[in-house]
Design a binder for this molecule. Sequence first.
Ligand code: D5M
Ligand code: FE
Ligand code: ZN
Length: 522
Amino acid sequence: MPRDSHARVVRALAERGYNADREAVTLLAGADDTSAAIDLVTEAAPDDTLVLSAQLVDELLGSSGSVAGTAGGNPSVSTGDSPTESTETVRTSADETTGSPGSPRGDSGSPEPAGADRDTGTGSADRITVTGEFQSTGTGEYEDFLAVFRDRYERLADHLRARVTHRPAATIADMSGGSDAGLIGMVADVRSTAGGNWLVELEDTTGRFPCLVTDESLADEVRSLLYDEVIAVDGQLSDDAGIMFVDSLHVPDVPRTNSPATADRPVRAALVSDVHVGSDQFRADAWEGFADWLHTEAAADVEYLLIAGDMVEGIGVYPGQDEELSIGDIYDQYEQFSEHLKSVPGDLEIVMIPGNHDAVRLAEPQPAFDEQLREIMRAHDARISANPSTVTIEGVSVLMYHGVSLDELIAELPDDRATYDAPAETMTQLLRKRHLAPQYGGSTRIAPEAEDHMIIKSVPDIFHTGHVHKLGYHRYHGVLAINSSCWQSQTGFQESVNLEPDVGYAPIVDLQTLDLTVRQFV
Ligand code: D5M
Ligand code: FE
Ligand code: ZN
């Protein structure tokens, strides 16, 4: 983990009496040597400075390339805050879900069920709810980081209290040497020690405490840790009570006993993402093949279509992108996307969330498309929601998240935990951490809000992501994780980073059995 966490930067600045705006914290967290950068900036800042601005930090550090982690903005269109919408959840806690047992089934290749007539009897409004839209409250200031960390800590700690006898870090520091102790905290630091062990520093609302892991059987768990995730440990305090020797380590996780809910009639949902209309590599042939198939009798029971972001290619997403655009105007891209949406059956229920190529703010959570874009994509009366969102279809909850943090997990975790070739296994790491974007200050941009919208509050029955342009599916403790490929051939940019996309696959889930069928349309 080369980067320093935002939490540490915020704290270090606070100790020196400074607040900082969000971009400034990001700059410092991404510096090659964060401590040195903080020292330099706090020493060099004018005496009357209370809040460090990004501009000041940038000036003081120089734009010599010593600061990393600032690239990748999406300058296309910013919509600001999203409207609030009252939402209704059918199930408040999936952990309480009963329903047909979620016995693991074959992951693919199940035969096509016989086509059934589309159910037109029930109003679709009764069968589907979408939650996720939020009113952005974040101003990007220091207080927002404190608020979002506190919210994250408190809510994820709830999942861990049963595993350890938690004492606040400040209390543990006062306990006598040799005592048994348990602690729930955010990962503030992980270092390997000279002796070949790991020192994991955990932080709660009262302070920090160092925890030493010597047990080789915990190595995999420690190597899977990211900054800012919430975990629990228990063990014994050293003789001087200055450190804890860890016996066990727990992540919030999905309960092993989790059993997914299912629909009570045979109905299917197609899960797709990354359409990338407007790219000269967009595969209109594949998309239209998919749309044609949806009109056939074999697809008559496919009543739902979920699209997990990157509707269009966007503009200015990466250097040189304009040379690979077939449509150079963002609104024209959405117009064309809308045309392709008209090809699918008119009675499909469609749910869409944005991705990092879409024209909404890049930082997550991403608000839903604004009125202007909704108007352009009006054709199908699709349900349009935020990234992430939870869609509950006939009792089956689907957590939709575009998937930008998968890149970060793949870059930072060992290959046996996270790779592009096994995206759904990588998704499992997010389920275990019960968080969609665990780490602040890395490559995933996160907007601090009063509430942490990226927490996986209740266990979904299906977890749907895209973004990495790879097809993958995996069942983890009853949750069906699906990454849904893309509709774009390899771009020059992807070639340069050696990304070989899976193109034109539509994973289709039977909501009554949670069986999965994958069809390819190229
Ligand atoms: O993402 C498609 C894939 O391409 C995804 O796995 C990330 C990779 N990608 C996209 N942008 C970058 C940058 N800037 N560096 C490295 N890898 C990247 P998509 O969101 O469709 O572009
Ligand atoms: Fe994409
Ligand atoms: Zn993407």
